[in-house]
Each structure stands twice: as C-alpha cells, then as structure tokens.
Write a protein that binds this ligand. Structure first.
Ligand code: DGJ
Length: 302
C-alpha cells in the first residue's frame, strides 16, 4: 500500500521532485501521463508516466526554450524566448489525444516573461505522449485575453478550451476544431465579473461540473463549482466547495479512476518565490444529492 501525503512536493521513482505544477493527467494505452509546469533551467513543460497514479517516472522535458517550432496558419507569433533573451512564461499546460489525427495536442497559457499583458494561449503537438513537442506559437482566441485555462474532452471526442478573459473577470469556453488545433466557436462567456481562475471540468453521471478558484495570485482561496447538463448548455451559478482555502489548494485538474472522482490541486509555495517547493494534493469529490462535495484527506491511496 502506498500512501500519498497531501500538500508536499512529491518525488518520482528515482527520488527526484516531481515538477508538474498547474498540470494535467491523461490516460493512454495503459499509462497515465502527467504534464505540468517546470520552471527550472530552460524547461517549460515536463512529462511523467505512471501505471498506478503513485509511482511516477520522469519521461522528458517535452517543451523547452529549444523546442522545434513550426508555423501554423492561424498563429503568427512564434517566440519561446523573449526580446531580452529570457524565458517566456508558460503556465497550466493541458494535453489531449486527438483520435482523428493521432496527435497529442497541448494548450498552454502564454505570457512574454516580463508581465501578464499578452494573455494568450500557445499550442504544441507531438506524435507520442512523451516525445519532444513541436511548438506552433501563441494567439488570442478571437482577439480575447486568455489566461488560466483548461481543456476538456467529451465522450464523443468534442473538446473544449476554457480560459479566463477580460483581465480574468469572465471565463470563456471555446469548442475546438476536430483536430484540436484551433478554436471553432466561442460557446460561453461564463460568470461575468466573478474573476474565476484555475478551471477544471469533470463529467459525473452525465452531468458536467466545473471547479475554479477566485483570483488571488498564488494564495489559495474559496473554491467554487458550477453544473450543466451539457457543455454548451446553461451553466448554473457558482456554489462553494471545500473550505475558504479549498483545503490549501488551487485546482489543477480532475480525473476519474476506479469509480472515484479525484481532484488534483496545487499547494503553491507562497508568492511564487518558493515555487519549486510547491506541493500537490488529491482530494476525493463526491455527489451528495445534487451537491458536489470535496473531502479533505491528509493522505490518500490511489
Ligand atoms: C493564479 C494562477 O492560477 C496561477 O496559475 C498563476 O498564473 C498566478 N495566478 C500568477 O499570479
């Protein structure tokens, strides 16, 4: 039995810290792949692999300042290093496998490394889950600002990109094109003026739930969720979940595994200066009647 202690920086199978903050996990051909932010050296996104969600093997720095770039017709800005020669800022990487193209497609929040004014999203692709991703540049969907973000893939393969817009005041939902390479339609502008960050979506018993945080930098705050019968249907207003700090966490993503719904959050290291010490949490989610609840656990067996 292997217990994961919540709130600390977990180690991989070689005893090295797991650098996969603000991340995302997909399941592909018998393995989970965990993508997340890695701010060391010239790295942007790292990928880890596990068969059991507990023992993680580092696979590769899948996106770095040196990643190969390849233009894509709707994107014009291809910059993995800024004008000053410094790193840009890539946050909250999310990856989906596209059944039709056979590509793994990453969407990630892009900033220029100096400030948060670009508010854009970048796209990268790879033929394998843990190979070198090819960078296709960043853009503002339909010209909108796009900061904290997530992806969600529905059972029929339709995918959605959700991101904070209008200086984080509103949360936008876009349906993606079939190849997941572009947005196809802005389907929602949700919760105007509510300043939601860190969105994460899960489908339970045919209904859709979206968790998010409030906008307080790296400090945790009261999580909230909303519900809808369809991604493109009407979303409810926001209901509180967890305690006033979401049990000291900010949402990263939610997965379903062995009949459980598992919320993964980041416990950021203060204001970002202790970023490398940022820990992870997993809290079970469950429906009580029609209410979604988060269970606080100090440690968890997956
Ligand atoms: C909150 C976001 O959720 C984080 O990913 C990061 O962008 C910080 N803001 C930066 O202050």
């Amino acid at each position: 039995m292997s217990l994961l202690k919540n709130g600390i920086l977990w180690k991989d199978v070689h005893g090295e810290p797991i650098h996969a903050h603000g991340g995302y996990i997909i399941f592909h051909e018998g393995y989970f792949y965990w993508y997340g932010e890695d701010r060391r050296e010239n790295y942007y996104v790292s990928c880890y692999r596990s068969a059991n969600l507990t023992d993680w093997e580092f696979r590769r720095h899948v996106l770095t300042t040196q990643s190969r770039m390849q233009g894509y017709r709707v994107r014009t800005t291809m910059q993995l290093v800024n004008e000053d020669g410094n790193k840009v800022n890539l946050e909250r990487p999310k990856v989906l496998y596209n059944q039709k193209t056979g590509k793994f497609v990453m969407w990630v929040h892009y900033e220029n490394g100096k400030n948060y004014h670009d508010a854009a999203v970048a796209v990268a692709t790879c033929d394998t889950p843990d190979g070198d991703f090819v960078y296709h540049g960043h853009f503002n969907p339909y010209g909108y600002m796009s900061r904290d973000c997530t992806l969600f893939q529905d059972d029929d393969g339709t995918a959605y990109f959700i991101s904070a817009s209008r200086d984080n005041a509103d949360l936008h939902m876009y349906r993606l094109t079939d190849d997941y390479m572009n947005v196809e339609k802005l389907v929602h502008r949700l919760w105007q003026g509510e300043y939601r960050e860190a969105p994460a979506v899960v489908k339970i018993d045919g209904k859709y739930y979206m968790l998010s945080s409030f906008c307080t930098g790296w400090a945790p705050n009261q999580g909230k969720y909303a519900m809808a019968d369809a991604m493109e249907g009407d979303w409810s207003t926001l209901t509180e979940i967890g305690d006033e700090t979401t049990y000291q966490s900010q949402p990263a993503f939610i997965i379903r595994w062995k009949g459980r719904v598992l919320y993964y959050g980041d416990r950021w290291g203060g204001d970002g200066s202790r970023y490398f010490e940022s820990g992870y949490v997993v809290y079970p989610l469950a429906l009580e009647g029609d209410r979604l609840v988060m269970e606080y656990v100090d440690q968890i067996e997956l």
